[in-house]
Ligand binder design. Structure first.
Ligand SMILES: *Cc1c(COP(=O)(O)O)cnc(C)c1O
Length: 365
């Protein structure tokens, strides 16, 4: 039986679509990895076979994302949510300040954790505008003695994203890139730390990627639990304890797939094409579909929109489900509709949704 004829039009926000080629390769290798007579899940994380997978994934990510020499790539657990805690735990202390830019629920959660360890400051916020936009760079205030400035590069729930990042000079810029890592080229050297849960653009849930500048490791607090110290994981090549081996294997395969697509530039081009298909329908609908994000802050990864008539919106979601579209309900906190068009979502899936939206409007306008 082929898997292909059962694939859904998957717009899930996370965990989300993975490349079919990767899933099929994992399936082929599932019970016998590299002629070992075992699954990758069944072997020691200290074995030669696993070690190659682990180091290959690190090397591939460094190359694909042009990560400079003075950064470490770590594979941690606990999701992006544990990074909300680990960052202030490692870099704040009583009386020490950091600036947080609020662009949605995830940045709010990150700020909440920082308050447990130091004195974070709201550097800017678009909350009053229902998080429809990213604050203008000129509206962001931070202090030169901040431990760091934190932002969320793509706001998964509201569907907004940063186009240009603030220049924070000597203050390390930290970004939660959970929902847009590897969706477009990024100048990693502008950041002190980039982190991302893998389950949107990189692989299955269970792995968190942390890209951290080496000098920050030296500045980190030492009187904190071993497992929550970045240095523990940097010093042991993310093998201090048992890492999520299957997730890291999958992540490596997703990275190979990105290479096969032509790398991050080619992926970005495809992401622009995919998002445009859907944004164009919204923009040409004469107000039938209403985008949540202001056009200059639109995300390539999460397209959020409403239908002004609420009954019709319910009907849209019901008919879309009937037609085989999955994951189009907006986040429970904001409602409406959301199409998550991560790297692995094919152009054809986005075209199918665009066509469905046009037809739905014709029928119900
Ligand atoms: C999904 C998401 C998170 C939460 O990630 P977990 O891995 O579930 O902790 C945090 N930040 C952003 C931007 C997200 O999209």
């Amino acid at each position: 039986m082929s898997v292909t004829n059962k694939r859904a039009y998957n717009f899930n926000a996370g965990p989300s679509a993975l490349p079919l080629e990767v899933l099929e390769k994992a399936q082929r290798e599932l019970v016998d990895f590299n002629s070992s007579g075992m699954s990758i899940m069944e072997m020691s994380h200290r074995s030669k076979d696993y070690d190659a997978v682990h180091n290959d994934a690190i090397a591939r990510l460094k190359k694909l994302y042009s990560i400079p020499e003075n950064y470490e790539v770590l594979f941690l657990q606990g999701g992006a949510s544990l990074q909300f805690t680990m960052i202030p735990m490692n870099f704040l202390s009583e009386g020490k300040k950091a600036s947080y830019i609020l662009t949605g629920s995830w940045s709010e959660k990150a700020l909440k954790e920082a308050k447990l360890f130091g004195e974070p400051i709201e550097a800017a916020s678009s909350k009053e505008n229902k998080y429809r936009n990213i604050p203008a760079l000129s509206d962001i205030t931070f202090n030169n003695d901040d431990a760091y400035v934190h932002l969320t590069s793509n706001n998964t729930i509201y569907g907004t994203a940063w186009n240009n990042f603030p220049d924070t000079g000597d203050v390390p810029l930290i970004a939660d890139m959970s929902s847009d890592i590897l969706s477009k080229p990024v100048d990693v050297s502008k950041f002190g730390i980039i982190y991302a849960g893998a389950q949107k653009n990189l692989g299955p849930s269970g792995v968190t990627v942390v890209i951290i500048r080496k000098d920050l490791l030296e500045k980190a607090n030492t009187n904190i639990p071993t497992m929550l110290k970045y240095t523990t994981h940097a010093d042991s090549n993310s093998l201090y304890n048992t890492p999520p081996t299957f997730g890291i294997y999958m992540l490596g395969e997703v990275l190979k797939w990105v290479e096969d697509q032509g790398g991050v530039e080619a992926i970005e081009k495809r992401n622009v094409e995919k998002a445009s298909l859907i944004y164009n329908v919204i923009d040409q609908s004469n107000g039938f579909y209403v985008g949540h994000a202001t056009p200059d802050s639109r995300s390539l990864m999460n397209i959020t929109f409403r239908i002004s008539n609420e009954d019709l919106e319910k009907q849209f979601l019901a008919e879309a489900k009937e037609a085989g579209f999955v994951g189009l309900n907006g986040h429970r906190s904001v409602g409406g509709c959301r199409a998550s068009t991560y790297n692995a979502v094919p152009v054809e899936t986005c075209q199918a949704l665009a066509n469905f939206m046009i037809e739905f409007q014709k029928k119900h306008q």
